[in-house]
Design a protein around this ligand. Structure first.
Ligand code: GTP
Ligand code: MG
Length: 195
């Protein structure tokens, strides 16, 4: 359970992030997939991370201290077409440097919108993590927005696409920040890793 969550700082450079003295878990995914909403739902605090219906809200590496025991990181979304190519590249560089260099990073949760069929951007990012041997888990978000059948079919298609490159599928979760479902499973998974 998350009983304490506090915002620490925002950075553009992984080198300026808090000292890597606690285990860390990052949340990433396409812009607007619901990263900040998921973080807020897990912490039961609507004001913790800034959310928006306009994509591209999170632009920095945002650190939160959870239960004084681990860091949670809200990363900017990838694949948002409306920002300039230059700023898109700098976001990509910022996140990719952070993901590869941050040595207390235990797992990156890659959020995938369960309403959609497999998206190239998500598969590319997940395969990039695989190539870099970064530990990931997948969170299918916005489960409240689709019927169970469509949800299962989209997840099955996603798994099939992943199995073209992955021998074994990464851990998976299905969540809704609105219905507050799937949150305890994610928190338990984190607690298992840190304990
Ligand atoms: P960026 O910071 O821009 O990359 O976006 P983000 O991934 O942090 O998304 P954010 O949490 O700001 O949510 C984007 C939009 O999706 C908001 O309008 C949220 O209210 C909505 N949303 C997020 N999660 C859910 C969910 O589980 N269910 C539903 N129905 N809507 C959601
Ligand atoms: Mg956000």
């Amino acid at each position: 359970m998350i009983f304490q969550a506090e915002f620490l700082c925002s950075n553009t450079d992984w080198k300026k992030c808090p000292e890597a003295d606690l285990p860390e878990f990052a949340f990433i995914g396409r812009s607007n997939v619901g990263k900040s909403s998921l973080i807020n739902a897990m912490a039961n605090n609507k004001k913790l991370a800034k959310t928006s219906s306009t994509p591209g809200k999170t632009r920095l590496i945002n650190h939160f201290l959870i239960n004084k025991k681990w860091y949670l990181v809200d990363l900017p979304g990838y694949g948002y077409a409306k920002v300039s190519k230059k700023s898109r590249n700098s976001w990509g560089e910022m996140s990719s440097a952070y993901l590869q260099k941050r040595n207390n990073l235990m797992c990156t949760f890659v959020l995938v919108d369960v309403r959609l069929e497999p998206q190239i951007k998500d598969l590319e990012f997940i395969n990039w993590c695989g190539a870099k041997q970064l530990p990931i888990a997948i969170v299918f978000t916005k489960a409240d927005k689709v019927k169970a059948g469509e949800r299962q079919s989209n997840i099955a298609k996603f798994e099939k696409a992943l199995l073209e490159t992955w021998e074994e599928l990464p851990p998976q979760f299905v969540s809704s920040s609105v219905k507050k479902s799937g949150l305890d499973e994610i928190i338990s998974y984190i607690n298992e890793i840190i304990s």
